[in-house]
Design a protein around this ligand. Structure first.
Ligand code: PHE
Length: 461
């Protein structure tokens, strides 16, 4: 999370502030809304395991490289990449990484605002007591009615977008640091309360087995590998320059490795806690684990509806989810915004509004995917929302990450590794090149090839 415009060269006042900001970007509806529903759609255990392995083996090294490039460049991702390619005397084509990131951020924000809008509506619904002692049917019907009404979705999408653009346009994001400091732990506490409810709901054991029991046959499905890898990039805000943009403000004396590790552990704990809180409710109430994007919206209200003080907790929960989404949305705009402001000296506010309007228009495609255009598919059976989500999360982010890893480990001048990571040579350099420069990018490549292979075979047969 960011960075006052008037203070572009400023630094985070401490390593912890960067951790808070980066965690604010990483922890979002990707953890609480998306992770449980994609895990549910893909059979649980094997997906979760591949996701965890991707976070550790691919995500963490790539995040280190992203933050490193950001801190070395001390400017927006596109400009940092431009400077570094010149210094490294390699092709300017590598700057593409920055542009792809801008595109990915734009696509993601278009639908992110719609879903975050749902959470905002649920603040209101929870506060009005709509879920008090509700049954699974009531909660399901409330959600279906809401989705069927495009005007309502547009209303909340617009509200969320205006809030995001207002914050990034004014450059007041720095004030949010204080808020994150309080809200993030509070969100975690509420997840633990929800978890406490779920432990006693009668569905915990089944949920635990669902999330952690591994069905070996799922490992042979290349699609599950791709989805789990995409989720690991999405949840860590990787591959699109968000971490690079924030990395530009990390103080020089902070160790990048341990900082990144802290962020990844925080982010993963929130996702796993959300999964462990939500699935018991699914099983205890005979709901469908594979029902898709509605999962959080039909389980959480059901649980809080049955808890004492549920109105307060439920309302607070959706306020915190909205806040978590806001700090992620801010980071989605940062690479594009920072570039336009730095390169063209454009007015931050004006750029923010233009980006916001374009993103809002694209987001209408997502709004209509749940009602008017629910039967329209872009390719295969993918609605507009599915398509935008699939391309950004499963293709653009991992591809961006792959290129960042190759560039940041093999092509940047070696002095950068010495200065930023304290790696000067010998065994340390060997290990870092192996982990960050071989295993991480090859992992992404292998998953891509696995998906493409049948298509390639099809062309030649
Ligand atoms: N990591 C955020 C989430 O989990 C989403 C995000 C993706 C933010 C990419 C920035 C960049 O909700």
């Amino acid at each position: 999370m960011a960075i006052a415009s008037e203070n572009r060269r400023g630094m985070w006042s401490s390593r912890w502030l960067f951790i808070l900001a980066a965690a604010g970007s990483a922890v979002g509806i990707g953890n609480i809304w998306k992770f449980p529903y994609i895990a549910g759609e893909n059979g649980g255990g094997a997906f979760v395991l591949i996701y965890l392995v991707c976070v550790g083996v691919v995500g963490i090294p790539i995040m280190i490289t992203e933050v490193m490039i950001g801190r070395e460049g001390r400017s927006s991702p596109i400009i940092a990449m431009r400077q570094l390619t010149q210094r490294a005397r390699c092709s300017p084509a590598w700057v593409m990484i920055g542009w792809m990131g801008v595109l990915a951020g734009f696509l993601i924000l278009s639908y992110y605002a719609v879903i975050a809008g749902w959470a905002m509506n649920y603040i209101w619904l929870s506060a009005s007591g709509a879920f008090e002692s509700a049954t699974a049917q009531n909660v399901g019907a409330t959600f279906d009615n809401f989705l069927a009404n495009p005007w309502q979705l547009i209303f909340w999408q617009t509200l969320f977008m205006v809030l995001t653009i207002w914050i990034v346009g004014k450059g007041v994001s720095r004030g949010l640091e204080t808020a994150i400091r309080w809200f993030m732990p509070l969100l975690f506490i509420l997840l633990v309360i929800l978890l406490g409810y779920s432990l006693n709901s009668g569905g915990f054991e089944q949920a635990f087995n669902f999330l952690f029991e591994i069905d070996a046959s799922a490992f042979t499905d290349p699609e599950i590998w791709l989805l789990a890898m995409g989720q690991s990039f999405f949840t860590l805000s990787l591959g699109m320059g968000a971490m690079m943009a924030y990395g530009a403000y990390v103080p020089q004396d902070a160790g990048i490795g341990s900082t990144v590790l802290t962020i990844a552990v925080l982010d993963t704990s929130v996702a796993v806690a959300a999964g462990l809180a939500i699935f018991p409710i699914v099983f205890a109430n005979g709901l469908d684990a594979a029902q898709g994007p509605g999962l959080m919206f039909v389980t959480v209200p059901l649980a809080f509806g049955q808890l004492p003080l549920g109105i307060i907790f439920g309302t607070l929960f959706f306020i915190l989810v909205t806040f978590a989404a806001l700090t992620s949305a801010i980071s989605l705009t940062e690479p594009a915004l920072a570039y336009l402001v730095e390169e063209y000296n454009a007015k931050r506010k004006r750029v923010a509004i233009s980006l916001g309007v374009m993103c809002w228009i694209l987001g209408l495609g997502t709004v209509f995917s749940f009602n008017l255009l629910a039967d329209f598919s872009v390719v295969g059976d993918l609605t507009i929302f599915d398509f935008v989500d699939y391309v950004s999360q499963n293709i653009l982010l991992p591809l961006g990450g792959l290129l960042i890893a190759v560039f940041g480990v093999w092509l940047v001048p070696k002095e950068v590794l010495v200065r930023q990571l304290g790696i000067s040579g010998g065994f340390k350099l060997f290990v870092w090149r192996l982990v960050g420069g071989v295993i991480a990018p090859l992992g992404v490549l292998a998953i891509f090839i696995n998906i493409l292979w049948p298509l390639i075979q099809g062309v030649f047969s």
